[in-house]
Design a protein around this ligand. Structure first.
Ligand SMILES: Nc1ncnc2c1ncn2[C@@H]1O[C@H](COP(=O)(O)OP(=O)(O)OP(=O)(O)O)[C@@H](O)[C@H]1O
Ligand SMILES: Cc1cn([C@H]2C[C@H](O)[C@@H](COP(=O)(O)O)O2)c(=O)[nH]c1=O
Length: 196
């Protein structure tokens, strides 16, 4: 089979990292083909700076830095892995900018202008009740700036708008309802959606 490039997306604490990891493990077994598991911001020096909770960058400078990290991610990591016939699973991708940079005050057209040259990904949108994610946010460590400015409910709305926008760009997209499901069942639902 041809290599898949899958982006796992969704609001803070919906379970992206958990599901991306499990999806990578099960995809490898299911297709007998290696998977490159990655995430954004990346592990580069720029990516690590962007992950700093009290990042010095806000608004437009942050949007541009995130897009630069993504462009390097695509060129130096994602395309080479696909060229080596690996599947690629990324925890966050363009849609995260189409949500988080909007929370930070930018509009969709500007965000897309910074990201329009990226490689389209088969996109998995994880959704759950906002209360579930709010509860997980309260249980965790101190909130980051963007977690404080936004909310799971607002992020869900913005993800739906991102999805409508990318449908116009012909991106393959699947919504997975995670409510009440354990990670194994969620990955099963992803396989069903992808007809794997
Ligand atoms: N299906 C699930 N059922 C119950 N708990 C879950 C499920 N998926 C993830 N969790 C738990 O929810 C918390 C957040 O999960 P995770 O870190 O994977 O989310 P995330 O979307 O990557 O978060 P962030 O946006 O903050 O990076 C973790 O404690 C994780 O164990
Ligand atoms: C991909 C992406 C990331 N960010 C910011 C938002 C958070 O501060 C971190 C991501 O951390 P998490 O542990 O994955 O929640 O990076 C952003 O602003 N825009 C983006 O596109």
């Amino acid at each position: 089979m041809t290599s898949l490039f899958i982006a796992v997306e969704g609001p803070h604490r919906v379970g992206k990292t958990t599901i991306a990891g499990l999806l990578a493990t099960r995809l490898e077994k299911r297709t007998n083909k290696r998977v490159h598991l990655t995430s954004e911001p990346t592990q580069s020096a720029l990516g690590r700076l962007l992950r700093t909770p009290e990042s010095v960058l806000h608004g437009r400078p942050l949007a541009l830095a995130v897009a630069a990290d993504r462009a390097a991610h695509v060129e130096s990591e994602i395309i080479p892995a696909l060229d080596e016939c690996l599947h690629v699973v990324t925890d966050r991708y363009v849609q995260s900018s189409m949500v988080l940079q909007r929370v930070d005050g930018l509009d969709l057209d500007e965000i897309w202008a910074y990201n329009q040259y990226v490689l389209p990904a088969t996109s998995i949108y994880l959704e759950d009740d906002p209360e579930v994610m709010t509860c997980r946010l309260r249980q965790g460590a101190a909130l980051s700036r963007l977690e404080m400015v936004g909310s799971p409910r607002r992020e869900l709305e913005l993800y739906r708008e991102a999805r409508q926008f990318l449908a116009g760009e012909d991106w393959p997209q699947h919504v997975i309802d995670c409510h009440g499901k354990d990670p194994d069942h969620i990955v099963g639902a992803i396989f069903d959606s992808l007809q794997l």
